[in-house]
Design a binder for this molecule. Sequence first.
Ligand code: ADP
Ligand code: ADP
Length: 227
Amino acid sequence: MFHLDDVTLIYDIDKTNKVYAIKNITTTFPDHGLIGIIGPSGSGKSTLMYCMSTLKKPTCGEILYQEKDIAISYTNMSKKDQEQLRKSKFGFVFQRHFLISYMSALENVIVAANCSKGEAMSRAKELLQKLGIKQSEFSKKPHQLSGGQRQRIAIARAMLHEPSVLFADEPTASLDHTTAFATMDLLLEYAKKHLVLIITHDGSILKDADQIIEIWDGSILDREATI
Ligand code: ADP
Ligand code: ADP
């Protein structure tokens, strides 16, 4: 479903200083399954995810999603088409959650819904419940909730429109052990029919992952990753 062919992204710090954030990455991702991306800080994990999700444009290389090159470097895919692709097919969980401060937990989950409000509400409630958020918390504003609760609201928001691909950067970082595993169960369930890509420093949450790839200095290591 995803095929990356020789994808490189170079950051030009200044005229003489270049950072090869990812280098000649060639790989394929299936259309469903949970895939963990591990590697040291600065190794290129986020850059890889940003390129695959069209948030960053690789310096060179092709990124095919459903056989179409979605990296604007070589194709006619406009910014508008990319935005449409992200809205319809991709979901994002970032380390910073970007919740809207004056909206309730429930409103934050349905803020970008592309279905009827009634439908969005019932799906949002179901997701929040599965993520262990109590009904009494639905009407609270982000500042009245814990970091872990905010994290789960961001996850529910990302899943609301049932994206084909869910990109998650440290989705369990601010969760306690029990909640982290409950969240992983939900993501694993979701990954039976969708692709879930997770960047993490915590290998223990990937024990049931379908695949783990390890990135080192901008390249995918050519060996089975161990956690
Ligand atoms: P992570 O915690 O996932 O490793 P980082 O803290 O490395 O993420 O990066 C956070 C943000 O800062 C990202 O959006 C990244 O693009 C940006 N960033 C990282 N390194 C640099 C840098 N050397 N110069 C400018 N921006 C950077
Ligand atoms: P990771 O997610 O594994 O921590 P990143 O993809 O954030 O790694 O970063 C890969 C490399 O690119 C690092 O050396 C980082 O400092 C650099 N980098 C990331 N974002 C930027 C940016 N916006 N400008 C310059 N350098 C960056």
